[in-house]
Design a protein around this ligand. Structure first.
Ligand code: DGL
Length: 269
């Protein structure tokens, strides 16, 4: 029997729509319920306690709406609060860090240079990617670089101009110097700057985006037969946000690559 409940996705804002897009491509017939905590964004500059509090409340909200799984699209929430979110959930909760680490280790196979991880300050401080990579490959060095300005640049749509180039050059100098040739885009917003990031790094550097890998992880996590039957009909996407400014529709469209679907304003405790 297929399970008609939607798949839940959670992010601190609308950056996680890059992950929603990957899930929608992989599971076109599933209904998706996305919650972006836009009123409290950014998470990436906040303390672990605050990120845990916000993240568990957001997941509790999605559970109350009857989702059959939760994909935590936010790297910061996945890094700092995954255990707490799993502990309160009767359905599977999948973060993006472990899938991203797995994809990076696969891409770096046969090489010895460090793997670089670009992320928010909170994700970098947590060393979550470092732990996940070393769990898969104990000897591998991991170089973390916080790139906080990439978040507002992506939201503004300044992903491919001289300001973005200058920021990328400044942030990524140490990555190029380290010899790293596999670089994890460890933040929802960074895939939008992929071209600029690639330009600031040596030719041939592999950029790892955890979105597709996280979507693939869903397949092995949900019980056999719980998927919506493949038919003509596409699933519905519902976007919930905790703050809906006029700017949000524009920004959301940028991440989703098309007009944003219906936005519903909700309040989290
Ligand atoms: N969603 C966050 C992440 O992936 C980036 C935005 C924020 O700082 O809240 O880490």
């Amino acid at each position: 029997m297929s399970d008609p409940r939607p798949i839940g996705l959670f992010d601190s804002g609308v950056g996680g729509l890059t992950v929603l897009d990957a899930v929608a491509r992989r599971f076109p017939h599933e209904d998706l319920l996305y919650l972006g905590d836009t009123a409290r964004l950014p998470y990436g500059t906040k303390s672990p306690e605050t990120v845990k509090r916000y993240s568990t409340r957001a997941v509790a909200f999605l559970l109350a709406r009857g989702v059959k799984a939760v994909v935590v699209a936010c790297n910061t929430a996945s890094s700092l609060a995954l255990d707490e979110m799993i502990a309160l959930s009767p359905v599977p909760v999948i973060g993006v860090v472990e899938p991203g680490a797995r994809a990076a280790v696969r891409a770096a196979a046969g090489t010895t240079a460090p793997i670089a991880v670009l992320a928010t300050e909170a994700t970098v401080a947590s060393d979550a990617y470092g732990r996940a990579i070393r769990a898969l490959e104990p000897g591998r060095d991991v170089l973390h670089v916080a790139c906080p300005l990439f978040v507002p640049l992506a939201e503004e749509g300044w992903t491919d101009n001289e300001v973005a180039d200058a920021a990328a050059k400044r942030y990524l100098g140490p990555v190029a110097a380290s010899g790293a040739r596999v670089v994890v885009l460890g933040c929802t917003h960074y895939p939008l700057l992929a071209a600029t990031i690639a330009r600031a790094l040596p030719a041939g550097t592999i950029l790892v985006d955890s979105a597709a890998e996280a979507a693939a992880t869903l397949v092995s996590t949900l019980p056999e037969g719980s998927w919506a039957p493949a038919g003509e009909e596409h699933g519905e996407t519902h976007l919930l946000v905790t703050d809906a400014s006029a700017r949000l529709g524009r920004v959301a469209g940028r991440f989703l690559g098309r007009e944003a679907a219906v936005l519903e304003l909700v309040d989290l405790p």
